[in-house]
Design a protein around this ligand. Structure first.
Ligand code: ATP
Length: 608
């Protein structure tokens, strides 16, 4: 069974014209109904704008704008210069290719060169989804000598065969600029409607996706084997599980209460989260964003091979940079510095690391994610052979807020960021992919009224003034709202950047600049340029305030106002976070409420 690629291109065009999620959902449902189950994975990957999940670590297409134009010039029989000129005018290679192709087709029709019209559907292409996918996959995978020419030939062939509209989307896909604005949540809902019978089945699809972070694979199991197969899905070694995340609180009494009176309290190490998979001698390491970072940590690979005493296992821990002399923790930035180095082996001894393990999710065929934390911890202790640099996280079990507080202070003294308090009752499962109250982080105060930093997504940028004229000097930042799958503006941040940060800003933003407001962005403030929600930065400010212009939590506290940050300052980039990992609108709302409570307590007259 196959499906014409034109069906997909038509849906893309429709999706591009709308921004309302409900409408996007309808278009996806319509598309999935037409899609043969065997190719649903490919269709899902196309919508996600990728050939396969990033964590697979497979090569990307490796085609830049220049090569795309060259391929188009071969396919369309026009000079590269001509295409380049049109691209300059339109600012969009895909559109330029579409226009040239359409013009040519019309001309041919006009002069009666009807050969192409003998094709079915009067000049439309006969490309199928499989053919386009398989050809693009071949382009990505071909390597070595002569690969450039092969890539070029394959791409030119596709563009020649495509209809004008199809060529536009193939070009955009190749450039990594498909940007349909459809989030995973909407794709999952559409899958649930079509194959699960109702939107209510989205939770089943979501759980499967949380256990196996490959939406194409999940869609295929669902479409070919049905919803029951998805209900029974287990983690698979080598396929990352989406991480469980914590809520935050800064009051030990409240923390203990929230966790049901008793908790496991561990150091919150300030490093990089690592999900480590082992199968025999093979090790995979996945980051918090599920990138395959195995090659960045050859030392951790060795530790895991020796230190996991199970044939098959998935464990989680934090990788921390340590001082080779003293063994003390070093800041997160040091680790990121190591991550940026091309030759990891050269810095292994300069920036050694230690791993602190805190969970195990799967061992020898058994899915542990639905087991309570104490049971998982017991397995962890059994399968981990500890050494100086491969340890189980420091922790205590307590029901006493005071003991929690002193452990917190000890953690800070030892260079940790604070503590993670975790529920240990019967329902303390591993909530893959969710931020919930089973884990609560209690972090060091950053010595400011705003007691914690937030991680916000860049959605726009403003040009600087004076010395910075013509270059970006401030950013429009947004929080993530998972309920509507949108990014809502919180503040404009223009301070806290070092000169070096500012120098890099133009280059960093360039690939994500958009000529219109990106689909999932909700903002009344209009920046000089819009930016596709991609980059995440850590921000602190004097306090949270109400603002009539920002759309975060609009109307939640007071009608006509949203929540914003007063005197926001940039602290650092968070390359380890994706846009959907940013602080959520709900979290900001909770922070605002806590701040209000604090102010009220401080203002309350004493002795009453
Ligand atoms: P933050 O922005 O505070 O670093 P986050 O948003 O990345 O956190 P959270 O769920 O808020 O993620 O906090 C949990 C993070 O803390 C984990 O992703 C992990 O990297 C880190 N961490 C450090 N020590 C532990 C621990 N003992 N248990 C669980 N997570 C830990």
């Amino acid at each position: 069974m196959s499906m014409p690629f034109s069906v997909l291109a038509e849906t893309f065009e429709k999706l591009e014209r709308v921004t309302a999620r409900t409408q996007m959902l309808l278009y996806l449902v319509e598309l999935f109904k037409k899609t043969p189950p065997e190719i649903i994975d490919k269709v899902v990957y196309f919508i996600q704008g990728k050939l396969w999940p990033d964590w697979k670590g497979l090569p990307e297409l490796g085609i830049g704008e220049k090569m795309l134009i060259k391929a188009a010039s071969i396919a369309l029989h026009v000079s590269e210069k001509q295409i380049e000129q049109l691209v300059k005018k339109l600012g969009d290679t895909g559109k330029a290719i579409e226009m040239i192709k359409r013009e040519k087709q019309q001309k041919q029709k006009a002069v009666g060169l009807l050969a192409f019209m003998q094709k079915p559907s009067g000049g439309e292409s006969t490309l199928t989804v499989e053919k386009v996918y398989d050809t693009l996959a071949r382009i990505a995978l071909v390597q070595g000598e002569g690969s450039r020419d092969i890539k070029l030939k394959l791409l030119a062939g596709l563009l020649a065969e495509a209809s004008p509209r199809e060529a536009k989307y193939i070009a955009r896909f190749v450039e990594g600029r498909l940007r349909l604005g459809v989030g995973d949540a909407t794709i999952m809902e559409a899958l649930a409607v079509v194959y699960g019978g109702s939107a209510a089945m989205r939770s089943v699809v979501e759980r499967a996706y949380n256990l196996r972070a490959d939406l194409g694979m999940v869609a295929k199991i669902l479409a070919t084997q049905g919803i029951d197969a998805l209900k029974n899905i287990k983690p698979e070694v080598g396929v990352p599980i989406r991480p469980m995340l914590a809520e935050r609180l800064n009051d030990p009494v409240e923390i203990i209460k929230k966790l049901g009176g008793r908790a496991l309290v561990e150091y919150k190490y300030d490093g990089e989260r690592a999900q480590i998979h082992k199968k025999g001698d093979k090790i995979w390491i996945f980051s918090r964003r599920l990138e395959n970072i195995t090659h960045m940590y050859p030392d951790v690979v060795e530790m895991a091979k020796k230190g996991i005493k199970a044939e098959e296992a998935i464990v989680e821990g934090e990788i921390v940079a340590i001082d080779p002399e003293t063994g003390e923790f070093r800041p997160f930035q040091v680790l990121m510095h190591r991550r940026r180095k091309k030759d990891v082996h050269a810095v292994l001894s300069e920036i050694p690391v230690a791993v602190f393990l805190f969970d195990t999710l799967y061992v020898n065929g058994e899915d542990l994610t639905l087991k309570p934390l104490p049971a998982r911890h017991e397995v962890l202790e059994k399968i981990i052979e500890q050494s100086d640099t491969w340890r189980i996280a420091e922790g205590i079990v307590t029901s006493d807020p005071q003991e929690l507080e002193s452990f917190f202070l000890k953690a800070i003294e030892d260079g940790a960021e604070g503590v993670m308090a975790k529920a240990i009752h019967d329902r303390s499962i591993y909530q893959a992919g969710a931020r919930g109250w089973l884990w609560i982080k209690y972090k060091r105060d950053y010595k400011s009224e705003m007691s914690d930093t937030v991680d916000l997504v860049v959605i726009g940028a403003f040009y600087g003034k004076g010395r910075r004229g013509g270059k970006f000097g401030a950013l429009l930042m947004a929080a993530y709202d998972p309920d509507t799958d949108t990014f809502k503006s919180v503040c404009k941040v223009g301070s806290g950047f070092t000169d070096e940060d500012l120098e890099r800003l133009d280059d960093m933003l360039k690939p994500y600049i958009s000529d219109k407001k990106p689909a999932r962005v909700d903002s009344q403030m209009k920046p000089d340029v819009w930016v596709e929600p991609t980059l995440v930065a850590e921000i602190i400010g004097a306090e949270l305030t109400l603002s009539p212009i920002h759309t975060c939590c609009y109307g939640w506290v007071k009608s006509g106002a949203g929540i914003s940050i007063r005197f926001p300052r940039f602290i650092r980039w968070r390359p380890d976070k994706g846009p959907e990992d940013a602080t959520t609108t709900k979290e900001l709302y909770e922070m605002y409420k806590r701040q209000l409570r604090r102010i009220k307590e401080e203002e309350a007259p004493t002795g009453v």
